[in-house]
Design a protein around this ligand. Structure first.
Ligand code: SF4
Length: 470
């Protein structure tokens, strides 16, 4: 059994929860629809060419990562920034904790960053009594609720405005309001104090531009700008795959990112940060650090087949398109990344043995690959991971009955005449209840719709057609 019983129960619970189903289904449908409008051939005729270009740039950057990392470091240092290499989450947290201690900082503000979610940075810092405040509205609500993000772009997608109203009242002791604008106002007032008091601002990075040593951040709320400019110290935590060669490559990625994620032509704010405040500048931090994290990425880089998982620009389009994500929701995926991208990167970062069921959490319908702006062949990578799981679990994958059924199926498929005879016999029973309605197969069939055999098989129809043509 690949999936743990608790995991299966949790999935069943989500599927049976009408409130979550409605919230997730309608939010992802909206995002999906908006994306389709702005990437249609009428709206963006060069869309497919942009995807090709983005794929080529990412491939080139990953194949020459050592060169571009060196270039990035040289340019960042020239502007007064510092690059810190971190092998894993422990090293990222240690660096921040030591710096906070040295500078006497006891509170920091954070903008949205999936990389820091990946390493549970908040928990690590809070464990050492360093107050850590999320400032993206969705992330802030999630933090107050003691929850974790449900979606890589829309972290509180599973919550209704009533849920948000309840969380704000319970945790901030403010008057209850279920009006989103008023809720945003409550968060804004509380967070403003935090921005002003924080000694360190932490951000992620959407892109690290090698030829200028700049960190590029896209966002819609302006909170990332405040996090990176109001406190005296700014630390950007980024996975090493965020590197792109040239500033002009942003012309490709920025056109794709906003459109694919939220259906926007461009996000509201795009910031280019390349070092601490210079003489004569009115704002900006006094110290500027980029923490470049590996955490399993170099292992992935070494695999020529699955390396393209690192091309991801975290737009979330594959989640919105995925029928499995939209049904089982974000919390049933282990790790920070959910949906199709989570199903391929989590097992590669953590090893397939940890959650062997994950690459199987897909119908392989291909919707994810179709919408991916950097053309990652997600189904191909899923199949490759499934092969690894099967090799690791030789003799354990599937129940004995399932294994016997597939062995018989393979035996029949290698004998075309027998297959044709079987299809013809099955056709005679087309009107009767399916085999999966009875006995031990009933449990398997209870969650699957098994198509009835056709009364007349394709082969017979084809033969008759050819006869008629003669
Ligand atoms: S895999 Fe592609 S579609 Fe999914 S989040 Fe990454 S870039 Fe977006």
């Amino acid at each position: 059994m690949l999936i743990k019983i608790e995991q299966e129960q949790s999935i069943r619970k989500t599927v049976a929860d009408p409130k979550i189903q409605k919230a997730v289904y309608s939010a992802t449908a909206r995002l999906k629809e908006k994306r389709s409008e702005v990437v249609s051939p009428e709206a963006l005729p060069e869309y497919q060419e942009l995807r090709e270009q983005a794929h080529r740039i990412k491939r080139h950057a990953m194949e020459n990562l050592d060169y571009y990392l060196e270039q990035f470091e040289k340019n960042l240092t020239a502007h007064g920034g510092k690059l810190i290499y971190a092998r894993d989450g422990n090293e990222v947290a240690d660096f921040i904790l030591n710096l906070a201690k040295e500078r006497g900082v006891n509170m920091l503000v954070k903008s949205k960053s999936m990389t820091t979610e990946e390493i549970h940075l908040n928990e690590r810092l809070e464990h050492h009594k360093l107050e850590t405040v999320e400032t993206d509205l969705g992330e802030y609500i999630i933090q107050l609720a003691g929850d974790r993000p449900y979606h890589i772009v829309a972290p509180a997608v599973h919550m209704t405005r009533q849920d948000v109203g309840e969380v704000l009242t319970r945790t901030l002791h403010v008057e209850r309001s279920d009006v989103p604008e008023e809720q945003a106002k409550i968060a804004r007032v509380t967070l403003r104090e935090k921005f002003l008091a924080a000694g360190i601002g932490i951000s992620g990075a959407n892109f690290l531009v090698a030829d200028s040593g700049a960190v590029t951040i896209v966002e819609n709320e302006g909170n990332a700008r405040l996090c990176t400019t109001a406190p005296k110290i700014h630390i950007a935590v980024a996975g090493m795959e965020k590197i792109i060669p040239r500033a002009q490559d942003l012309a490709v990625f920025l056109k794709l990112l906003g459109r694919s994620g939220t259906g926007q032509l461009l996000t509201v704010y795009t910031s280019f940060l390349s070092g601490p405040r210079r003489a004569g500048e009115v704002d900006g931090p006094e110290e500027f650090y980029v923490v470049l994290m590996d955490n399993g990425r170099t292992k992935l880089l070494a695999d020529a087949e699955k390396r393209e998982s690192l091309f991801c620009i975290r737009c979330g389009a594959c989640l919105n398109a995925c029928p499995v994500y939209r049904k089982i929701g974000g919390h049933n995926y282990p790790g920070a990344y959910s949906g199709p991208i989570g199903a391929i990167i989590t097992p590669q970062y953590a090893g397939v043995a940890k959650d062997p069921w994950l690459p199987f959490a897909s119908s392989l319908c291909g919707a994810c690959a179709e919408v991916c702006p950097v053309k990652i062949d997600i189904p191909k990578i899923l199949l490759s991971l499934r092969r690894e799981v099967a090799e690791d679990n030789a003799g354990e994958a599937g129940s004995p009955m399932e294994r016997t059924a597939f062995r018989m199926f393979a035996w029949v498929m290698r004998r075309p005449k027998l297959y044709a005879l079987g299809a013809r016999i099955a056709g005679k029973f087309a009107g009767l209840p399916g085999l999966t309605s009875f006995g031990p197969a009933a449990k398997w069939g209870s969650t699957r719709e098994v198509p009835r055999p056709a009364a007349k098989s394709f082969r017979d129809q084809w033969r008759d057609r050819r006869k008629g043509a003669r």
